[in-house]
Write a protein that binds this ligand. Sequence first.
Ligand SMILES: [Zn+2]
Ligand SMILES: [Zn+2]
Length: 290
Amino acid sequence: MTFSSSYVCVTCGTNTPADASGAPLATCIICDEPRQYVRSSGQEWTTLDSLKSAGKHTNTFTPTEADPENLISISTSPSFAIGQRGILVRTPKGNILWDCITYIDEETVARIKELGGLKAIVISHPHYYSCLKEWSDAFGGIPVYTHTNDKKWVQRPADNHIFWEGTSIDLLDGEIKVLCPGGHFDGSSLLLWNKNLLVADTMMVAASRRSVSFMYSFPNYWPLPPQDVKTVWKTVRPYEFDNILGAWVGKDIVGNGRNIVHESAKLYTQYCGHDTAKYYGSDAEELSFD
Ligand SMILES: [Zn+2]
Ligand SMILES: [Zn+2]
C-alpha cells in the first residue's frame, strides 16, 4: 500500500494537498474557521507516512453496546486529532463505514476484510473527512459519499467521490438510509440502520447518555439556533429508532432514542430562552412549524 505525501493537520486530522512547491499550506481550511480552532502554537502538519513510521498509533476495534456484532467502533490509540470513531456497519447487504478517521494501516484493512470488507464510506460532515481518499483506495476505490452542501470543504476527493443531494439517500438497496438535516454544517448528516441512529456531530450524546445537545461549534461553544434544532427533530421524527451512537467510542444511548431526541430538543430550546411551546406544541403544530 502506498500513501500520498500530502499533509495531515494535527488538530483536525484532515489530509490536505501540498502547495505547488510541495510545502504544506499556511493554514488548514477546516480549522481556520469559527467551528474549529488553530492551536496557540500555530498550524502544525504531519503526514500519514510519518504517523505510520513512528509506530505510536494503532486502530482499535470496539463492539458497541447497541449492537456488538454489527456496529463496531474503529478508533485510533492513542487518540489523534479530534479523536472521533468510524463505525463499521455490518448489514446483510454488505458493510459501510460511517465517518472516517485519519490513521489507516495494513492491520486495519486486514481486520475490516475479516469482518466482511467495505462497500462504501459515508461521512457525516467535514470534521471527519480526515483521510477519506486513503481509506477508499485501501479498499479498491470504493465510493465515498459526502453531502454536496459541504463540497467546498473536501480537500482531496476520492476517485469515486459521490456528492449526494437532497434530504435523504438510500444505500445498499434501501438497507441503510442517510438523512441530511444540516445544522452543525449545511450538509450535516445522520445514518439510520436497523433502529440505530448514528449522529456524528449533528447532535452530541451527552455525558449522562440520557440526552443529546446541539451546537454550531462544540470546541468554541457556539449554540445552534433553535429553528435548526427543530429541523433536526423534524428530520428524524418519521423514523423509529431506539439507539443513538455519537462521535466517540462509548458515546451511545441504548434504548428510547427517539423520545430522547424529542425531549432534548425541547429542553435545549427552553434553556436557550425561547418559547418551547412555539416550537414544540402538539404534534400537528410541530409539523406545521417552519
Ligand atoms: Zn485542521
Ligand atoms: Zn463537527
